[in-house]
Design a protein around this ligand. Structure first.
Ligand code: 5PR
Length: 387
């Protein structure tokens, strides 16, 4: 791994998965890094997440797998059911994947960033950036850097201050996400023959579209994603309407009941595509650059991939040529994310995950990508050709 002989400075907007991954990757390559988090506290409010090989390789390179393994799991199988009848049961052999809570992943990355010498400033609101490498804060301060990372989420002020045009595509469905206790014994009373350690995608399309994605996140916590069309006021309500959900999924009553007790929010599925990801010394990553539908569970994974490869590209470039190196980075890396966005949007639009295991063939392009392999583009004349 190339490490800089003389430190360069990066300012990062946003301490989510994208911003923290970029910060760690840059710091490990010799950069001085400051991360700005708008919130008063460094924390993640989301529920659960699935990580695949593409992001796990990064955590491995950061030396974080032993700790990750203590509070994450690989469910023994991934099931899809329609109206509670098996469509597919897959062990996903040969694919590295882990489930966990978002607060845990966030804390793992935040602690790693601090260990690598990253400065994290909370209560620091970024309002914009300039292509020349200035980061503007709400307090009036302007900071200068060799590289600016806009990782400030789907509503990115860094992106909007640069006037980067984008398109946003909405789907008819959306989800609410919850972290609840596992309640395995109570679930087993209702369905003794189900392995409640499996990740299970419980689809129901008739008489009503109400899907429960059941994802054990560790020994004690369960991640529930409840999907309903935005047009279904009852199905998309949070707190959830227990009667409506248990009328379709009575076998999940114990954990649905738990979901009524915790906070959650309904998000409509959407995809955001920017005309370009970089402007001078600024690069947009994560939801700021490429928010996507969660069907393939790659929002966080693509955020981390692009954060990692951005740090590599900016380090391998001469400091004067960083803007040009960012353009090349986008040309090389973006096609993988573009295709993942398109596939995930397509699954969201068609409800195609209901057909059973989709983690095979070209769909696994992102899953199996290894951003830590410096030779990953060898023999590929252009990333666009890698379709
Ligand atoms: N897969 C995962 C997930 O969290 C969601 C979906 C699929 C792991 C919801 O966020 O399709 O909505 C989905």
């Amino acid at each position: 791994m190339t490490v800089l002989p003389v430190a360069r400075h990066a300012e990062v907007a946003g301490a989510g998965f994208a911003g923290l991954t970029a910060a760690i990757a840059l710091a490990r390559r010799g950069w001085s890094v400051r991360v700005h988090e708008r919130g008063e506290q460094l924390r993640e409010q989301g529920a659960g997440i699935v990580l695949w090989q593409n992001s796990l390789k990064i955590l491995e390179e950061f030396g974080l797998i032993a700790e990750l393994d203590t509070q994450s799991m690989t469910p023994p199988a991934y099931e899809t059911r329609m109206q509670n009848r098996a469509v597919s049961v897959e062990t996903l052999d040969g694919i590295w994947w882990r489930t966990m809570t978002r607060p845990f992943l966030h804390s793992l990355l935040a602690r790693a960033a601090l260990r690598e010498g990253v400065e994290i400033v909370t209560g620091s609101e970024v309002i914009g950036a300039t292509p020349e490498g200035q980061l503007r804060l709400a307090g009036g301060e302007t900071l200068v850097a060799d590289l600016i990372v806009g990782a400030d989420g789907v509503g990115s002020d860094v992106r909007d201050s640069l006037g980067i045009p984008y398109e946003r595509q909405h789907s008819r469905d959306g989800i609410s996400r919850f972290l609840v206790p596992r309640r395995k014994a109570d679930l087993a009373k209702l369905e003794p023959n189900t392995n409640w350690d499996h990740m299970i995608d419980f689809w129901n399309l008739e008489p009503r579209v109400l899907r429960v994605l059941y994802t054990p996140a560790n020994a004690n916590e369960l991640y529930l994603a409840l999907m309903a069309p935005a047009s279904d006021d009852e199905g998309s309500a949070v707190p959830i309407n227990l009667d409506v959900w248990t009328s379709i999924h009575p076998n999940l009553a114990p954990v649905l009941e738990e979901a009524t007790k915790v906070e959650g929010k309904y998000f409509g599925y959407q995809t955001t595509r920017l005309d370009y990801w970089t402007s001078g010394r600024v690069a947009l990553i994560g939801d700021a650059g490429h928010a996507m539908c969660p069907a393939l569970a790659q929002g966080g994974g693509c955020a981390m991939m692009n954060a990692y490869t951005l740090a590599e590209a900016a380090t391998l470039s001469d400091v004067a040529d960083i803007p040009e190196s960012l353009v090349k980075w986008e040309q090389t890396e973006r096609p993988y994310t573009d295709r993942c966005q398109t596939r995930s949007q397509n699954y969201a639009d068609t409800r195609g995950m209901a057909k059973g295991n989709q983690f095979q063939g070209e769909i696994n392009e992102t899953t199996l990508y290894d951003p830590t392999n410096p030779h990953r583009h060898d023999g590929v004349s252009s990333a666009l050709g890698a379709q």
